[in-house]
Design a protein. Structure first.
Length: 307
C-alpha cells in the first residue's frame, strides 16, 4: 500500500496512476494543522491493513497528475536521524580532501542520534529557501523509516514489528560547527515523500537502492546494504533513547556524493519500490532577519565550515 496525503490534506492510496480518496474512513480528519489524526490512523492501519479494503473498492479515484501531493507525515512527534551511517560518506567528510579535511569523522557510537524538528518537513513539489548566503548547504539523500506502533527498548529482531513503511527523505544540512539540530533544522530541511510505502511492498529493506539528481546531474547513488547501522539496528537504538510513536520518522543516513545545494536547483530523489520526490530550491537566499542585518550572515560565515 502507498499511503499519501494530497490536495487539502485528504488521505489517499496510490493505485498505479490513480489516487483513491479514503478520507471518509479516517476518524477525526481535518484539513488544519497539526494533522494529528494521521498518527492514530497510521497505528490502526499498521495493526489491521485490511481495514481500508472496503474503502479502497468504493472510494472515488482521481488521476495522480491531477492532485497536489503533500508530505505524507506532516507532523510526526519527531524525526530521529542517524549521522554518518555509510562508510564512504564518512570518508568524504574527513580524510585529506573531505569537507572537514583532516578531521577524524566519527560514527553513531560517538555522535549518537539527533533530532530534526517536525516543522522542517515539507512535501513533494514544495520550494525551499536556503537560509544563509555565506554558508554551504548540502543535500543528503536518505531513506525515511515510518513507525507504525508505540514501542520502547526494542531489540533488532523486534524492529520489523514496528516499522510501518518507508519514504524518500532529504536531510538538508548547513555545514559548520554548530550542533546538528541547528544546522539541519531549518524550515524545509526535511523533504519527505512522495508517499509512504508499507513494509510489505519492500522486498528487502537491507537492499534498497536510491539515487539523487540535482538538476540533470547524478550526485548520489546509495543502497541500504552499505549502511554501517542497518535499518533494524537504527530502530532498536532509537527505541532505547526515546519511545517511538506511530508516524515517527527515522532518517537513516546518507551515502557518499553529498554536495552543495544552490539557489534555483531542482532535487530529484528516486527510491526503488517507493517513488520519486522532487523539490525546488528558491532562486534567492533568505534575507537576514531585518533587525540583525548583515551581521547575522557574517557571524555565521565566520563560524562556518572551511568552504
Ligand atoms: Mn543525514
Amino acid at each position: 500500500m502507498k499511503l499519501a496525503l494530497f490536495d487539502d490534506w485528504q488521505v489517499g492510496c496510490i493505485e498505479e496512476q490513480l489516487v483513491v480518496d479514503i478520507t471518509d474512513i479516517v476518524p477525526g480528519w481535518s484539513n488544519t494543522w497539526p494533522y494529528g489524526w494521521l498518527l492514530p490512523f497510521i497505528a490502526a492501519v499498521h495493526e489491521d491493513p485490511m481495514m481500508i479494503q472496503s474503502a479502497l473498492a468504493k472510494s472515488p479515484r482521481k488521476p495522480l497528475e491531477a492532485v497536489r501531493l503533500r508530505a505524507p507525515v506532516p507532523w510526526p512527534s519527531k524525526v530521529i536521524a542517524a549521522p554518518v551511517n555509510y562508510k564512504r560518506h564518512q570518508n568524504e567528510m574527513g580524510g585529506k580532501s573531505g569537507v572537514y579535511a583532516g578531521a577524524n569523522i566519527k560514527t553513531i557510537e560517538d555522535y549518537g542520534l539527533f533530532l530534526k524538528p517536525s516543522s522542517s518537513i515539507v512535501g513533494p513539489g514544495e520550494c525551499i529557501t536556503l537560509p544563509f548566503k555565506g554558508r554551504r548547504t548540502d543535500h543528503e539523500a536518505e531513506i525515511g523509516v515510518v513507525i507504525g506502533r508505540k514501542a520502547r527498548n526494542l531489540v533488532e529482531s523486534e524492529a520489523d514489528g514496528v516499522i510501518f513503511g518507508f519514504t524518500g527523505l532529504l536531510d538538508l544540512s548547513v555545514r559548520g560547527g554548530e550542533d546538528r539540530p541547528f544546522r539541519k533544522g531549518f524550515d524545509g530541511f526535511c523533504p519527505i515523500g512522495p508517499w509512504v510505502v508499507t513494509k510489505d511492498e519492500v522486498k528487502d529493506m537491507d537492499a534498497l537502492s536510491f539515487r539523487l539528481d540535482v538538476n540533470a546531474e547524478r550526485r548520489q547513488v546509495g543502497n541500504t546494504r552499505d549502511m554501517i547501522y542497518s535499518i533494524r539496528r537504527l530502530v532498536s537504538l532509537a527505541s532505547y533513547q526515546t519511545t517511538l510513536y506511530p508516524g515517527d520518522v527515522i532518517a537513516t543516513g546518507t551515502p557518499e556524493g553529498v554536495g552543495e545545494v544552490r539557489p534555483g536547483d531542482r532535487l530529484r530523489l528516486e527510491v526503488d519500490a517507493i517513488g520519486v520526490l522532487e523539490i525546488d530550491v528558491d532562486d534567492n537566499y533568505a534575507e537576514p532577519p531585518p533587525h540583525m542585518g548583515e551581521w547575522f550572515n557574517q557571524f555565521l560565515v565566520s563560524r562556518g565550515a572551511p568552504v
